[in-house]
Design a protein around this ligand. Structure first.
Ligand code: DER
Length: 241
């Protein structure tokens, strides 16, 4: 199966297995979450699912959902979700995640911490033994004095020795071209932290990053995952936290 077929398999399965009529559903961002949104639209159009409202985690997911006529609400009126479905850039054995490759980490985390169940959908290439070396850790920062904040987050006890790079071009890593600084949906910048060694204590790094003034949030999603649906060349497996 092609990588797109693997992404479609897990995206569809997440909706088929975890979304029931009447639910409030968080819609993730990225090329895998794209298929979950597509499947939800299909099942609402066919009548298999009814009375669903959804909360998108990015402008581009909002636009895809609007095209599919998925009824949308926000956390302001629905701050408790039944389920959220999203991709990830890395998944470690404890089901801690690195997210934010698509530049949507802040809205993703705001939505996904409010969900009773957080279902992660990945192809097997995202699995790792330790977070870090396989995918740079995105950190969303305020634009004011961003070089200063970049230096701070590159020199924390847990991050010392990493290479911190300001994300240029589009806010999604898929298209890091261009000579403009990437700007997120929230008007912020992103610094990607490149680690040579696996992150030893992700929760500690998460706390140090969050406590750094100028940091809005980061791509470590620790202790949030309910289940991961993994598409591999030999089929689909589900790992539950
Ligand atoms: O930016 C994000 O957090 C995305 O969910 C990313 O982690 C996964 O994107 P992909 O499904 O396109 O690989």
């Amino acid at each position: 199966a092609t990588q797109d077929e693997l992404k479609q398999q897990v995206g569809y399965k997440a909706v088929d297995d975890y979304v029931k009529s009447g639910m409030v559903v968080g819609l993730g961002t990225g090329s895998t979450a794209y298929f979950a949104v597509e499947r939800l639209g299909q099942k609402l159009a066919s009548g298999e699912l009814k009375d669903i409202v959804a909360i998108p985690t990015s402008v581009r997911t909002k636009e895809q959902a609007e095209e599919l006529k998925i009824p949308l609400v926000t956390l302001d009126t629905h701050s408790k979700l039944d389920v959220a479905i999203d991709g990830a850039d890395e998944v470690d054995p404890d089901l801690n995640l690195v997210k934010g490759g698509g530049g949507a980490l802040l809205r993703e985390k705001m939505v996904e911490v409010c969900a009773d169940k957080f279902i992660v959908i990945v192809d097997e290439s995202k699995l790792c033994d330790g977070l870090g070396p396989g995918f740079p850790l995105p950190v969303e920062i305020t634009p004011f004095c961003h070089e200063h904040t970049l230096r701070l987050i590159a020199n924390l006890p847990t991050t010392k020795g990493c290479e911190a790079i300001l994300r240029m071009g589009s806010s999604s890593t898929n298209k890091p071209d261009g000579d403009e600084i990437a700007v997120t949906d929230n008007g912020n910048y992103i610094v990607d932290l490149h680690f040579k060694e696996p992150i030893k204590d992700a929760p500690k790094m998460a706390m140090e990053l969050k406590n750094t003034v100028g940091v809005v949030d980061h791509g470590l999603f620790c202790g949030m995952t309910t289940a991961v649906i993994i598409a591999g060349s030999d089929g689909i497996t589900v790992k539950e936290a």
